[in-house]
Design a protein around this ligand. Structure first.
Ligand code: NAP
Length: 333
């Protein structure tokens, strides 16, 4: 698989990554499929998807523990990306960006991951109670201590992308990035980017591209919708994030079908075995040399299919057609 360089440290990763979140968090039945999840991680590494994305809060903690079982045997094959800054409480998820906490959380992640260094340590969300420079400074100390190789910021979610007066999309995130860049170089930004959610193209991705910062595209498959394998009205179990997501009501899934139809049309031009999911990932890959899609999956079959998207070359005509597709209807706002 082609490789891409991430950020100032120019750390190399496979062009397509693997989001490990669905194995332990946010999607139906995830906790019951440990062995299949392990096979999925191995399949991703076998196909050259080196970037394994996790977070201490996925599970919580069980996702890192799962990855640790693979890393114990295959650390050299992987680029380990985890996150700090969110704590799962009884009722709510809360931010904690206090320096002492960040340092303890890193040690705990290293233990769970069964490694002595994290390739990319990402701030999951800034803590409104702590100046972001202080949190970032603590993360930079971890680089100095050799526990972490590079740092990234996450800017996922509708609120992060919401219009900020006349300043434009992601303006708050960009202000945060400007502040932390003064403390220590940002290697990557993770935010939602897909055919139906292209908001990051407006300002956030250009900010990254201009500075050689890597862009990790979260939710590149639109939480599975863009694969065309979901049916309007199918319903989701209560522990599945899509059970509450406004884009996944029966009405909105039906209203958003034209996006899947468009992806299918483009896929069909490339052969019978090319899928809408692969076209969706190839579109993300076409957004820049610094852009790495991180599709989430807990099925080996999906991991292999998604890896193969790195070989799919969309034509100018394909890209023009995809540019005309409607964006997602239904949002958290
Ligand atoms: N930094 C943050 O705050 C943040 C937020 C959200 C996500 N992320 C990261 O980004 C990653 C990707 O986001 P995501 O997992 O939410 O959404 P996604 O990648 O858009 O979609 C994941 C869903 O798509 C399904 N899927 C994957 N490949 C498929 C294929 N080829 N055909 C059919 N279905 C397929 C998966 O199914 P199965 O689960 O059944 O395998 C899963 O339900 C996460 O795993 C996580 O690492 C980060």
């Amino acid at each position: 698989m082609e490789r891409k360089a991430i950020g100032a440290a120019a750390l190399e990763v496979g062009a397509v990554g693997l989001g490990c979140m669905p194995m332990s968090w946010a999607y139906t039945g995830s906790r019951q499929r440990g062995e299949e999840s392990l096979r999925t991680v191995h399949a991703a590494l076998d196909t050259g998807c080196t970037l394994l994305d996790t977070a201490d809060m996925y599970g919580p903690f069980t996702n890192e523990l799962l990855l640790g079982r693979v890393l114990k045997e295959r650390r050299a094959d992987a680029f380990v990306s985890t996150k700090v800054g969110l704590l799962v409480g009884e009722q709510h998820i809360v931010a904690n960006g206090r320096p002492g906490y960040v340092k303890r959380a890193c040690d705990a992640s290293l233990r769970r991951l069964q490694t002595d260094v994290i390739d990319l340590y990402q701030l999951h969300r800034a803590d409104p109670e702590v100046p972001v420079e202080e949190t970032w400074g603590a993360m930079a100390d971890l680089v100095g201590a050799g526990k972490v190789r590079s740092l990234g910021l996450c800017a996922v979610g509708a609120r992060a992308a919401r219009r900020d007066g006349r300043a434009g999309l992601h303006a708050g995130t960009i202000r945060q990035l400007e502040r932390i860049q003064q403390v220590f170089p940002v290697s990557s930004v993770m935010a939602e980017l897909s055919v139906w959610s292209p908001e990051a193209l407006e300002a956030l991705l250009p900010w990254c591209t201009a500075r050689g910062v890597g862009f990790l595209a979260a939710m590149p498959l639109g939480n599975g919708f863009l694969s065309g394998t979901l049916t309007p009205g199918q319903g989701f179990e209560p522990d599945d994030v899509r059970a509450r997501h406004p884009r996944f009501t029966a009405e909105m899934m039906a209203a958003n079908q034209p996006v899947v139809v468009g992806l299918r049309r483009v896929a069909a031009r490339h052969g019978d075995d090319v899928t809408p999911a692969q076209v969706a990932l190839a579109w993300v890959l076409s957004r820049g040399r610094n852009v790495v899609p991180v599709p989430g999956a807990k099925h080996e079959r999906w991991a292999r299919e998604n890896a193969a998207a790195a070989e799919l070359r969309l034509t100018d005509a394909d890209l023009a057609e995809l540019a005309e597709l409607p964006t997602a209807r239904g949002s958290w706002d």
